[in-house]
Design a protein around this ligand. Sequence first.
Ligand SMILES: NC(=O)c1ccc[n+]([C@@H]2O[C@H](COP(=O)([O-])OP(=O)(O)OC[C@H]3O[C@@H](n4cnc5c(N)ncnc54)[C@H](O)[C@@H]3O)[C@@H](O)[C@H]2O)c1
Length: 283
Amino acid sequence: MTIHPALVPGHIAVVTGAANGIGLAAAKRFAALGLKVCLADLPGEALDAATAEITAAAPGGATDVLTVATDVGDLAAVEALKAAVYARFGAVHVLMNNAGVGKGGGAFANMDGWKRVLGVNLWGVINGVQTFTADMIAQGAPGLIINTGSKQGITTPPGDTAYNVSKAGVKVLTEGLQHELRNTDGCQITAHLLVPGFTYTGMTGRAEKPDAAWTADQVVDEMLRGIEAGQFYIICPDNDVTSETDRKRIQWAAEDVIQNRPPLSRWHPDYKDAFAAFMAADE
Ligand SMILES: NC(=O)c1ccc[n+]([C@@H]2O[C@H](COP(=O)([O-])OP(=O)(O)OC[C@H]3O[C@@H](n4cnc5c(N)ncnc54)[C@H](O)[C@@H]3O)[C@@H](O)[C@H]2O)c1
């Protein structure tokens, strides 16, 4: 059964951050579904290994796989990526803006980290959306733009404020994009915000999968389930955090604004008991 009319054999998917983790798992799944896949990531051994792995998974082998070394933070490089994929395959039906990095920094620390994280996580997605969307609409065929966000862009925990800002930006950009797409006559492209939970990838920085983490394949399963169900927000649980817990944490964060509580009250000692009671209460 077809998951979505964009995800059919012969169609074309572009995945950024495709050399590792969630991007690699998604690219492999798209290839297994019969799509031609364009892998975009920084040049290096990981991208070469991913190319070999996806080529093995693609029914058509090397003819159905294109690899373009790309720094998504560089608009000219993303434009060159588009030129390469249209030259080779002639269309793009799925764009997954997924490349991401962590370790940005606190609100008044690590300026270099802020520039790096916003450059990849937010400008990388802006560059992808600006470069590909109009041509995807003009194709007049069903298509998907999937941007990878994070729960940290929604509940904004203390620690890596730069990362939170980048992912909050991805959420807002993707929401605005979907609004514009659904108000564009004849447009068959939809945007989706993929929000992984704790996922065992290169970003996890550990030799072994923590019990709490999902695998990248589980995230891709959830992504495809959400796309099939027509969801915009595809919020993945993990082995520690249920969907119910996510819903409550998101509600609590939104209610900081509504109730004019201090920001990040979830981590404020004066609100510790109230937050615990809220989480423990039945819906
Ligand atoms: N792993 C998690 O727990 C988790 C949770 C929430 C969101 N995410 C998000 O999922 C996405 C994928 O991350 P992952 O966990 O698979 O990590 P990962 O490190 O395994 O993969 C990220 C990929 O992005 C690539 N990349 C980095 N900078 C780039 C650039 N400038 N241009 C092109 N590619 C670049 C890396 O080389 C790498 O291959 C990221 O956006 C991340 O923020 C991950």
